[in-house]
Design a protein around this ligand. Structure first.
Ligand SMILES: Cc1ncc(C[n+]2csc(CCOP(=O)(O)OP(=O)(O)O)c2C)c(N)n1
Ligand code: SF4
Length: 276
């Protein structure tokens, strides 16, 4: 049981007493810190926030917060979070995922969550590998990454999550780096404030299966230009960036999905929005 909360709340008030079981040095520790800092910055209370995840090392994060949590099924965090937010628009809903969970098995849900534009903040801890299941290549793994499980590399080109999010209709797109928890916290707070579906790709090293990712600290750099609300300009920038531009890269103006005010309106809107 955590101690009673004092006002104003601090990041530590959003951290539960469960000790993370991540490997020492895993980037996800800093993402947890960034998330809890952001919630304190936003002046929220744990009972007003839900953290929803799928399965993976990164998806363990809900248990390490004092917020409502849902550790769901592999790849299915977004549908669960979408239902929750539509039913409980008063809650701030954060969704946590990994590149395997979010872009492989959950890839289809990613597209449609961007398209539906429900007011969610989707935080993907991308380490270009399946960490929990011991190092299989993921959709963002470099084609020439050679490992015991993929000798000589997969030879398959990477998935580009930010471009795909933009093309699918996400209303806010940012890239963060776990090695800068303060910067990451600021981006999470900005994403939560922005209406509609906000997507943050967090470069979060897996030091166990991708130890070379420790070098990301020398590659991450602030995006050299201010965010744009023009999807065509954002697409050109995203297609040509080096994968280490950190900051808000697109801030759109699409109205967030609203379930309407009457029960009847809600059902009609839902049926329309969920028609594939
Ligand atoms: C339906 C289903 N398929 C496969 C798995 C096995 N599985 C668990 S986690 C995982 C991949 C996790 O990778 P990622 O989302 O990148 O997270 P990380 O562990 O790297 O944070 C897989 C394939 C599962 N739990 N459920
Ligand atoms: S296996 Fe990788 S992603 Fe999982 S806890 Fe360890 S360092 Fe983190």
């Amino acid at each position: 049981m955590n101690a009673p909360l004092t006002i104003p709340l601090q990041a530590k008030d959003f951290k539960s007493d469960y000790k993370p079981v991540w490997c020492p040095g895993c980037g996800d520790y800093s993402v947890l810190s960034a998330m809890t800092k952001a919630l304190a910055m936003l002046d929220l209370r744990p009972e007003n926030v839900a953290v929803v995840s799928g399965i993976g090392c990164s998806s363990r994060i809900p248990a390490y917060t004092t917020c409502y949590g849902f550790h769901g099924v592999h790849g299915r965090a977004l549908p669960a979070a979408t239902g929750l937010k539509v039913a409980r628009p008063d809650l701030t809903v954060l969704v946590a995922s990994g590149d395997g969970d979010g872009y492989s098995i959950g890839g289809n849900h990613f597209l449609h969550a961007c398209r539906r534009n429900v007011d969610l903040t989707y935080i993907v801890m991308d380490n270009h590998v399946y960490g929990m299941t011991k190092g299989q290549p993921s959709p963002t793994t470099e084609p020439d990454w050679c490992s015991k499980l993929a000798p000589g590399g997969t030879g398959v080109r990477e998935f580009h999550p930010l471009v795909i999010a933009l093309a699918s209709g996400a209303n806010f797109i940012a890239r963060a780096f776990s090695g800068d928890p303060n910067g990451c916290a600021g981006l999470i707070a900005e994403a939560v404030r922005h209406p509609g579906f906000s997507f943050i790709e967090v470069l979060s090293p897996c030091v166990t299966f991708r130890p070379e990712q420790r070098g990301w600290k020398d590659r991450a750099h602030p995006a050299p230009v201010a965010p744009t609300d023009d999807p065509a300009r954002a697409a050109r920038r995203l297609m040509s960036d080096d994968g280490f531009n950190i900051g808000v890269l697109f801030k759109g103006n699409r109205p967030a999905f609203s379930a309407g005010s009457t029960q009847c309106g809600q059902m009609q809107d839902l049926e329309k929005a969920f028609q594939l």
